[in-house]
Design a protein around this ligand. Structure first.
Ligand SMILES: NC(=O)c1ccc[n+]([C@@H]2O[C@H](COP(=O)([O-])OP(=O)(O)OC[C@H]3O[C@@H](n4cnc5c(N)ncnc54)[C@H](O)[C@@H]3O)[C@@H](O)[C@H]2O)c1
Length: 268
């Protein structure tokens, strides 16, 4: 077998990617895919976030456009796929990254709280996968789908996230089934399970956390970091680099897998 040069394997020129979620991990992934030469459609429900990310990445000379989308709404998702095709001519890579993780104890959780998390984290992944895979099958040149799950798809990271953990276990199961189903079409489907990554969403979660009187938040965070063998939180780029690997020919023999990117935290 001929061995292709490593830099060529990572080259995404002429490929088009849709990345859902415009800040945090979504930004880290969009950055690496665009840098590798892909056309990137950054899709999020917030126009402000989309505009900021598009303006930062296009200022580097990269081909990036934005779409305002709520991934839990079927019409929005259909339109997003149409926009990618009309803007760039095809869709080759989908990264299902948009997600929410509000912390609520299960006995205080309303049905609405539960359904909202499932709607974005699980139904959103289904809708984007449905319409993108339809397009990929029609194009007939294969594709890559990358689902951002969480270590919570394997093991709970904290209390208050029962709805979130249910959604992420769901996405992992969905990933494996869809990988099997889309393999005859050469569409490879994998997941990335991040541990704690510093993002706007995590900062919001930490601010909203109820700290009981007398508990020192600095000590709580120190204890949290002490549980991570690498002794640091993840950065969006730690996930962006693995997404680039899965989006590229570097991962030529992989489908139906989940890569844990957590600084070793599941070991502790
Ligand atoms: N940050 C972490 O520690 C961590 C750990 C494990 C998994 N994850 C997963 O990574 C993904 C990204 O997390 P993050 O920390 O970057 O989050 P974040 O809150 O910082 O950013 C989320 C992005 O998704 C967008 N979004 C939210 N709901 C949407 C919707 N309905 N439609 C379209 N866009 C929507 C937001 O506008 C935002 O751009 C999520 O799926 C999350 O579960 C994060």
């Amino acid at each position: 077998m001929e061995i292709t040069a490593g830099n060529k394997l990572l080259d995404l020129t002429k490929k088009t990617a849709i990345v859902t979620g415009a800040v945090g991990i979504g930004y880290g992934i969009s950055y690496r895919l665009a840098e590798a030469g892909a056309n990137v459609l950054v899709a999020s429900r917030s126009k402000e976030e989309v505009d900021k990310t598009v303006s930062e990445l296009t200022s580097k000379g990269w081909k990036v456009k934005g779409a305002i989308v709520d991934v839990s709404k079927e019409e929005d998702v259909k339109k997003m796929v149409e926009e990618a095709v009309s803007d760039f001519g095809a869709v080759d890579i989908l990264v299902n990254n948009a997600g929410i993780y509000p912390s609520i104890p299960v006995h205080q959780m309303t049905l609405d709280d539960f359904e909202k998390v499932l709607a974005v984290n699980l139904k959103g992944v289904f809708l984007c996968t449905k319409y993108v895979s339809e397009e990929m099958i029609k194009q007939g040149k294969g594709g890559k789908i990358i689902n951002i799950t969480s270590i919570d798809a394997l093991h709970p990271s904290s209390v208050g996230l029962a709805h979130y953990d249910a959604s992420k276990h769901g996405v992992w199961g969905f990933t494996k089934n869809v990988a099997l189903e889309l393999a005859p079409h050469k569409v490879w489907v994998n997941a990335i399970a991040p541990g704690g990554v510093t993002t706007p969403g995590v900062t919001k979660l930490q601010k909203a956390m109820h700290v009981p009187q007398g508990v020192d938040m600095t000590k709580v965070l120190e204890t949290f970091l002490a549980k991570i063998p690498m002794r640091r939180m993840g950065e969006p780029d730690d996930i962006g680099k693995v997404a680039l690997f899965l989006a590229s020919d570097m991962s030529s023999y992989m489908t139906g897998t989940q890569i844990v990117v957590d600084g070793g935290v599941l070991l502790s």
